[in-house]
Design a protein around this ligand. Structure first.
Ligand code: 13P
Ligand code: SF4
Length: 328
């Protein structure tokens, strides 16, 4: 460990104590950030922990919507996002009144989802045109979109959440790939927003074929933000923490990992005897990598960026998040 890194770590430990702060890091964060975190996890685990931890300050090392979720769930705590520009491009693909294409998929799974109509819709239009159909918002959405939704989901629980609803149809926003994955696993009809994660959506069938040729003995795990044709070729489709559990419980010793490369930190730490290969070497989310030890020091020293959500939006968004956490 370099002198600079150990000095930053010491500063962080001292600031954490004096501020009564805890550091949460998503599984995609830089290795050195995950190494000093009090808690690492997937989106669902971060949301759950924000509710249960005892501290005054949460430093959320992740992207903006994660800090918003922590603030919605724990308004009594100060939530700091060390890098104010760390956003999620997929979450930014939906705003309450912005219009975008919408897909309609079919129970039994349709490989070629059709666009509902030739023109675009806003989330409010879709709700108006489908009265009584609940909106399931992936946590990768703004607080305002959550506030317009009935319940949230993560990649770890999307199917259970959809199945827990009494209606025959659901509106899923914003990830079309997650919606298609859910459609493969439910008889309900899904109306899907046309958003995607650029890190996972770029994976192709050719990438899978190449990885299978290069590592014939490895099991292949894919995140449900990947395209359906990729998911169909995977041995396991699951969230980031789901991958960690799968590897630990599997007797296999070699894995191809179809998600952001930050997960390799925990995969290798928890499984020193197993071998991991990236499905693609460029599965890197630039926003997740913005946070550094230096930015955590600044955040704690200067108490910024404090993420808050206006009370009116927070109250409605909290209902959608609480339903998910309660339902989970
Ligand atoms: P999970 O950690 O919930 O699998 O989410 C992946 C992701 O892309 C978060 O931005
Ligand atoms: Fe958003 Fe994809 Fe980055 Fe996750 S990995 S924060 S979904 S862009």
């Amino acid at each position: 460990m370099s002198d600079q890194i150990s000095q930053l770590r010491e500063e962080i430990f001292a600031l954490k104590q004096s501020r009564n702060a805890m550091i949460f890091a998503h599984n995609y964060q830089r290795d050195e950030v995950q190494a000093i975190a009090d808690f690492t996890g997937d989106s669902l685990e971060l949301a759950r922990s924000a509710r249960s931890v005892e501290c005054e300050i949460i430093v959320l090392c992740g992207v903006f919507f994660m800090a918003e979720s922590a603030s919605i769930i724990s308004p009594d705590k100060t939530v700091l996002l060390p890098e104010p520009d760390a956003g999620c491009p997929m979450a930014e693909m939906i705003e309450v009144n912005e219009t975008r294409r919408v897909w309609k998929t079919f129970p039994g799974y349709d490989k070629q989802p059709s666009f509902i109509f030739p023109h675009e819709f806003s989330l409010r239009d879709i709700k108006k045109n489908n009265p009584g159909v609940p909106v399931v918002a992936y946590v990768n959405t703004s607080a305002a979109v959550k506030a317009e939704s009935d319940i949230c989901c993560t990649s770890a629980n999307v199917v259970e959440i959809i199945e827990s609803l009494s209606s025959d149809s659901v509106i899923c926003v914003p990830d079309r790939n997650l919606a298609m994955w859910a459609q493969k696993n439910t008889r309900k009809r899904i109306i899907a927003w046309d958003g995607f994660c650029h890190v996972h959506d770029r994976v192709t069938v050719e990438d899978v074929m190449r990885a299978r040729m290069d590592y014939p003995d490895a099991l292949l795990m894919a995140h449900p933000e990947c395209r359906m044709e990729v998911l169909e070729l995977a041995d396991q489709v699951t969230s980031t923490s789901g991958m960690l559990r799968y590897v630990q419980s599997s007797g296999a010793g070699e894995f191809i990992v179809g998600t952001e490369l930050g997960l390799f930190y925990s995969l290798r730490k928890e499984n020193p005897d197993k071998i991991f290969h990236p499905l693609r070497k460029d599965m890197i989310c630039p926003n997740m990598k913005k946070t550094t030890l230096g930015s955590i020091v600044n955040a704690l020293k200067n108490m910024e960026l404090v993420v808050t959500v206006p009370e009116e939006i927070r109250a409605s968004a909290k209902i959608a998040l609480d339903r998910m956490i309660g339902a989970d």
